[in-house]
Design a binder for this molecule. Structure first.
Ligand code: ADP
Length: 489
């Protein structure tokens, strides 16, 4: 077995001992040494490594946990050298252990163990398949002599034209293509197009002095490039490292997109779950509130203590109703398709005000809605947005008669809408916190009723509109909530 790339994390002396052993046992072993875990973490370039060897004393569990998914995906084996046998350190197929002994006999066990592990991995993962596209005789010779022969872990084929490449890719599933730049029936840009169609990573071999072309190639989708050494074929020696990194990168990419898909599904499940809970709890809670009302009416001659308890039960039930209503509104947002239409924001604010009529009349609030422009948005959500912000402006009024202004202005490429009040204000340190779900600056015993969902809903609406929300306020200074939408070109 030759051309293996080792990464060793151990102290200097041990690095030497292991290094000597590896160099003796494996032809052209490439060894990268790290003295400590920190050193390794800082500079680690594991993409092109075949085998990782680490001293138990230098690899702690936290580090391993961090590294583990990477090793699992890339199937890079990790051999931990331990001082003494004990409970298995890490439960993992890719991690093996070797027990160190006083006479350093363990070193002799290293090469056969490594060979065995690499072969086992190969049996599991199968050989990666590489297709070379090269038309010049001398380069084909280099490929055969300096890559294929030395890297039996890869199954390699060679074709010499774009037409053959197209045919071959259709017949066999390759993990990587390595293409020359100039070909009898086209250039590497054609190879890149074919590779992209078949979703195979591609590395291009270009002539010296063509770094600029290399950049163009990378831009159009090549995974990497290789500058050819026409006389000696020395470039073939760096190819294994490039091959390894491209293959590992591809695996990690697939893993990442798998994780994202999983996350998306989990989020959908969660939203669906919250929706069902909120939806199904709405009517039993409403019935309970109704029963409590009836009970209160029937029991008007009850002891004062009992009446107090009844009143508390009613308060609690109201709170539950409001919470459920909030969760319901929030989850409904996510189950709605975003049908954006031209929305007259003045009308949306006026509709919101109508919904708040009782509250406005209760305290004699003065609300001024200025003329505002139209934007592309979801109408129902815009009404809800204004309703929540204006509702808060009225609610958190302190001792004053609330005065609210709703207006709009442009700022850069954004259309901003602002709802200002003359109420109690919000301390600067709470400007972030208030947007979190169930976050309130007043407890339920205070005169301000609420469950802490209003602003969470507004923030979610803004996320769905690709916009942002922030607050300008300080204690006793009144509050302005601002929402900004990107102007459509
Ligand atoms: P809720 O009003 O149900 O508590 P919100 O999410 O709407 O929930 O608001 C979160 C918190 O932010 C409120 O509890 C309140 O402390 C503060 N807040 C929101 N709007 C205002 C405002 N206009 N003036 C002062 N404080 C506000």
């Amino acid at each position: 077995m030759n051309n293996l790339r080792f990464t060793i994390v151990a102290d200097k002396e041990e690095q030497m001992r292991i290094g000597n052993e590896l160099n003796e046992a494996f032809q052209q072993a490439h060894i990268t040494n790290y003295d400590s875990q920190e050193d390794f973490e800082k500079s680690v370039k594991l993409y092109n490594c075949d085998f990782l060897i680490a001293r138990e004393t230098l690899v702690n569990k936290a580090f391993y946990t961090q590294l583990s998914p990477f090793l699992e995906i890339t199937k890079i084996p990790l051999l931990v050298i331990r001082d003494a046998a004990g409970t298995q350190l890490f439960k993992n197929q890719v991690v093996r252990e070797l027990i160190k002994d006083a006479g350093n006999n363990y070193l002799k066990q290293l090469p056969p163990l490594i060979t065995q592990i690499v072969n086992e991995q190969l049996a599991v993962t199968g050989q990666s398949k590489i297709l070379f596209l090269e038309d010049e005789e001398i380069d084909i010779k280099f490929i055969r002599r300096k890559f294929i022969k030395l890297n039996p872990q890869y199954e390699c084929d060679v074709v010499s034209s774009i037409a053959e490449l197209r045919k071959q890719v259709g017949e066999k599933k390759y993990d990587l293509i390595v293409s020359d730049f100039n070909l009898p029936d086209g250039t590497a840009f054609d190879s890149i197009a074919i590779a992209a169609e078949a979703d195979i990573p591609i590395v291009i071999a270009t002539g010296q002095g063509s770094e600029k072309t290399a950049v163009e190639l990378m831009k159009s989708g090549a995974a990497d490039y290789l500058i050819k050494d026409k006389n000696m074929g020395e470039h073939m020696l760096v190819l294994p490292s490039i091959v390894k990194s491209v293959l590992n990168y591809k695996k990690l990419e697939a893993y990442n997109s798998g994780l994202l898909d999983m996350l998306r599904i989990k989020n959908q499940d969660l939203e669906r779950f919250a929706y069902i809970i909120a939806h199904d709890l709405r009517s039993p809670i409403a019935s309970a509130v109704l029963l409590i009302d009836t009970l209160q009416m029937l029991g008007s001659n009850l002891e004062p203590d009992m009446q107090d308890i009844m009143a508390s039960i009613k308060d609690v039930s109201h709170n539950i109703t409001n919470t459920i209503e909030g969760i319901f509104q929030y989850t409904v947002l996510d189950s709605q398709a975003d049908a954006f239409v031209k929305v007259d924001m003045t009308r949306a604010a006026e509709d919101a005000l109508k919904n708040l009529e009782t509250k406005v009349n209760e305290c004699g609030a003065i609300v001024k809605i200025e003329a505002m422009p139209q934007i592309e948005a979801n109408y129902v959500q815009m009404v809800q947005l204004f309703q929540n912000l204006m509702g808060n402006g009225i609610k958190y009024r302190g001792d004053k008669i609330p005065e609210l202004t709703v207006r709009s202005f442009t700022q850069g490429n954004e259309q901003v809408f602002a709802v200002s009040d003359n109420g109690i204000g919000i301390a600067k340190e709470n400007h972030k916190k208030i947007f979190e779900i169930f976050s309130r600056l007043h407890n339920s015993a205070s005169k301000y009723e609420g469950v802490g969902m209003g602003l969470t809903i507004v923030k979610r609406i803004m996320e769905r509109h690709n916009g942002r929300i922030w607050v300008e306020s300080d204690l006793g200074m009144g509050t302005t909530f601002l929402v900004a939408f990107k102007a459509v070109a």
